[in-house]
Design a protein around this ligand. Structure first.
Ligand code: PMV
Length: 360
């Protein structure tokens, strides 16, 4: 597969108007992507659990136009959200070569998130993935030639990546790899794909409770953070470490060894934040309560032999990961000990999911 394969043949039919809706989830990386090159290509391979409950619903309404240039409006929960439009404009510019119909229609993009406003949960992965699925679906309806499911998902992931890197891992479930890795067949820098090796039942329906530590706007965006990896003194070591951690994860996913799983996942989270703390300029996205929660998780594990662990994305919130078999005990622990460190005691219970779904 080359990127030329994503440039479509001339469309066989182009209706006057139409509408399509998709729901797409967020994802949480176990091995993190941090640092990119070219047009949204990752410097190392990453792997994530697709989530289920944290999701974006998007309806794309389209109508033929005769003017030049892109024309679109974005609505969040029914209200015009002009603040999102520069990002969509940039996205359209990047993907126009692969979706030539973008110039011929005006679009209304209606979007809503399942998670609360300003929860500190990034909606870019689920949002870009939902929009990419809608656009692919429009293309499919214009094409005479058969578009297979596998091509559909690959191109949707390819497009989502051009909107927001990690969004390419939100098209399918349940474990998705993005970035070329020598020991993962089919892995690509251009799109995410299903993890192809065996996965132990311990990881089935894995739980992720997201503790909302800080609900404000991040001080440093992911875009800036990725950019700082260009001049980073430890960049090359970090990219090699991530690829090596993915190698270590392969036998662990097969054997279901949760103690080894924890070591890789927690180390990845802290390495990601170590990169932030050693960037020039340096920055810290964790908050005192992030560290308090991490310490409580470690103490709980020591006391109870639980296999609960944490991971972090580019923010202060903590993702608490645990096997389904421990749901009851870990939920009790979260309520009793961890919720007090969340803003207004809020957290979101989620679990591994199967990817985007067509709502039309
Ligand atoms: O997709 P972006 O550009 O928002 O970057 C996300 C990077 C992390 O969430 C920190 C890690 C990852 O692999 O998802």
């Amino acid at each position: 597969m080359t990127i030329q394969d994503f440039i479509p043949k001339p469309y066989s039919q182009t209706p006057e108007s139409g509408s399509i809706s998709f729901k797409a989830p967020s994802n949480i990386a176990l091995v993190k992507y941090w640092g990119k090159y070219g047009e949204q290509l990752p410097k190392n391979a990453s792997i994530s659990f697709t989530l289920n409950n944290c999701a974006t619903k998007t309806t794309l309404v389209y109508e033929k136009k005769s003017t030049d240039g892109f024309e679109f409006e974005v609505f969040l929960d029914g209200k015009r959200e002009a603040g999102f439009e520069p990002k969509i404009q940039k996205f359209f510019e990047r993907v126009a070569l692969y979706l030539p119909f973008l110039n011929d229609y005006k679009f209304r993009i209606e979007t809503s998130n399942s998670f609360p406003h300003s929860s500190g949960i990034a909606s870019s992965a689920s949002g870009m993935s939902a929009l990419a699925m809608c656009l692919m679906s429009v293309e499919k309806s214009f094409s005479e030639a058969e578009i297979t499911n596998s091509y559909f998902n690959q191109k949707a992931s390819f497009l989502a990546r051009l909107g927001s890197g990690s969004a390419c891992r939100s098209i399918e479930g349940d474990l998705i790899v993005w970035g070329e890795h020598k020991n993962i067949t089919g892995s690509s820098n251009y799109f995410g794909s299903k993890y192809p090796h065996s996965v132990h039942p311990n990881f089935k329906n894995y739980q992720d409770t997201i503790l909302l530590v800080d609900k404000g706007e991040k001080q440093v965006s992911s875009t800036v953070g990725h950019d700082l990896m260009h001049e980073h003194p430890f960049a090359e070591q970090r990219f090699a470490q991530a690829n090596a951690n993915l190698d270590l994860l392969i036998p662990v996913l097969a054997s279901g060894d949760l103690s080894k799983f924890i070591k890789i996942v927690e180390s990845e989270a802290l390495s990601l934040h170590a990169m932030m703390m050693t960037s020039r300029p340096y920055f810290i996205l964790m908050k005192p309560n992030t560290l308090e929660i991490i310490n409580r998780i470690w103490a709980f594990r020591k006391e109870t032999n639980s296999k609960v662990c944490f991971t972090l994305d580019a923010g202060a919130n903590v993702h608490v990961l645990y096997p389904e078999s421990e749901s009851e005990t870990v939920q009790e622990f979260i309520q009793k000990e961890l919720a007090q460190f969340c803003k207004n005691g809020e957290f979101i219970n989620d679990h591994v999911g199967q990817g985007a779904i067509d709502l039309s």
